[in-house]
Design a protein around this ligand. Sequence first.
Ligand code: FMN
Length: 195
Amino acid sequence: MKNMPLKNIHNEIWEDLKDGVKNTKSSFHFPVISTINKDGFPSSRTVVLRETNKKNKIISFNTDVRSNKWLEINNNNKVSVNIYDANKKTQIRIIGAATVNYKNKKWDSAWESTPKMSRECYSTPYSPSTVISKPDDIDINLNQIKTENYEKYKVNFGRVDIKIYSLDWLYLIHSGHRRAKFIYDKKISMVWMAP
Ligand SMILES: Cc1cc2nc3c(=O)[nH]c(=O)nc-3n(C[C@H](O)[C@H](O)[C@H](O)COP(=O)(O)O)c2cc1C
């Protein structure tokens, strides 16, 4: 990997991202997304990678539209993403612009491909980050909705697409680290950087 040409490294990053959608054992399945919160602080959290589009340089995840991250993206769509794969000794840092999908075609198809178990996440009457008096209220709600139609919780569901501006790849190896940057402008530019 260390001595691969930039083009091959770039291809491998996108292969890893694609694999990360289905492969729950991959670190690429769990990117950390950072947004800027209302007080101006970066706010980071793990999400599940749901889709990649190499041609258009987009990666996607699902979330609750009542969550802070959804509000934050609506205020400032500049986001960063971090993935560290310990097996591959590789860190990927992404910056890009997020787009929210709600009540559009992408939203419909993202919901359709969300399994029942995951739809359950959107059923809570409590918005994420709400202060609650008893944590097990959440379990009571989950038990109650077992037989209900999940469709009505679609209103809480959102799909976020991140259009990638650049990918920063770092490979740590004792014989000499390697770092490269891939910038998507009209064309892709690929450069080596000091680690
Ligand atoms: C392994 C893992 C996967 C997660 N996947 C998602 C996800 O796909 N979407 C999501 O909104 N939150 C996901 N979360 C929860 C977020 O990390 C976060 O705690 C929650 O969404 C509230 O974030 P916010 O208040 O910054 O919006 C996941 C957490 C973990 C630990």
